[in-house]
Ligand binder design. Structure first.
Ligand SMILES: [Zn+2]
Length: 238
């Protein structure tokens, strides 16, 4: 499975969509180097859209300041988050659970520095970019609709983890973190499986209808593609 995040430029704004797994717990993640290669400095980022608050989407929000405390990695950025998403994850049961330590390390500091901004799930970011609610995987997941130069694309976050789901939208990732002690805390993969399937089905059919490019976070590189419909069946076209 890939971990893909997007840098979008629109109306002179530099917008990062999600920040990856980060480097804590020995994880190898190179968002800092990737941005440098593109000649983008952390202070160049104006907006960070957090599609949802799973660990693999918020990791580079902060880095270790050197003394174990977190420092926000993008000093000028406003981080756009859904209130629904925030309220769901910021409950004591998650904040005190060892699996969710990343919330304290990577998400809560945004509030302390005043860089957290709640926005509506259908907010317009620029003339070309609009948020879109994609609940299911998590309660407040959003994607981004891009309409530019007569072309359409959708960043669909974790609506789908593999193109196989185009043929089988009812297939969802197993949850390796499931715990009988606290089933809710352990639903890391899809918080609401039925809603996730409904959202996936809707997004795939819409993409087949209008030929838009789907940009995902976890399909294998390059993580994007189009969907075609032939004889009533949907097919992936890379
Ligand atoms: Zn993810």
């Amino acid at each position: 499975m890939s971990f893909t995040y997007y840098l979008v430029r629109s109306e002179h704004k530099t917008i990062l969509v999600d920040t990856g797994v980060g480097t804590r717990s020995g994880r190898k993640s190179h968002l800092d180097k990737t941005l440098l290669d593109m000649q983008v400095a952390p202070e160049d980022i104006d907006l960070v859209v957090l599609t949802h608050l799973h660990f693999d989407h918020v990791g580079w929000n902060t880095v270790d300041a050197g003394d174990g405390t977190p420092r926000v990695f993008f000093p000028r950025a406003q981080f756009l988050v859904q209130q629904t998403e925030w309220d769901y994850w910021m409950r004591p049961k998650f904040l005190t659970h060892p699996w969710f330590k990343y919330l304290t390390q990577c998400v809560l500091p945004l509030q302390e520095t005043g860089q957290l901004q709640f926005v509506e799930p259908d907010a317009a970011l620029t003339a070309d970019l609009t948020l879109r609610p994609l609940a299911g995987h998590t309660p407040g997941q959003v994607g981004i609709e891009i309409v530019s130069a007569g072309q359409k694309a959708s960043i669909i976050a974790d609506v789908s983890h593999h193109p196989m789901q185009i043929d089988h939208p009812e297939w969802s990732l197993d949850n390796p973190y499931w715990s009988a002690d606290d089933p809710e805390a352990s639903r890391l993969v899809n918080v609401d499986v039925a809603q996730a399937i409904a959202t996936r089905t809707r997004i795939f059919n819409e993409a087949a209808d209008d030929g838009r490019l789907l940009m995902t976070c976890h399909w294998n590189y390059p993580s994007m593609g189009r969907i075609r419909r032939r004889k009533g069946k949907l097919f992936f076209e890379g």
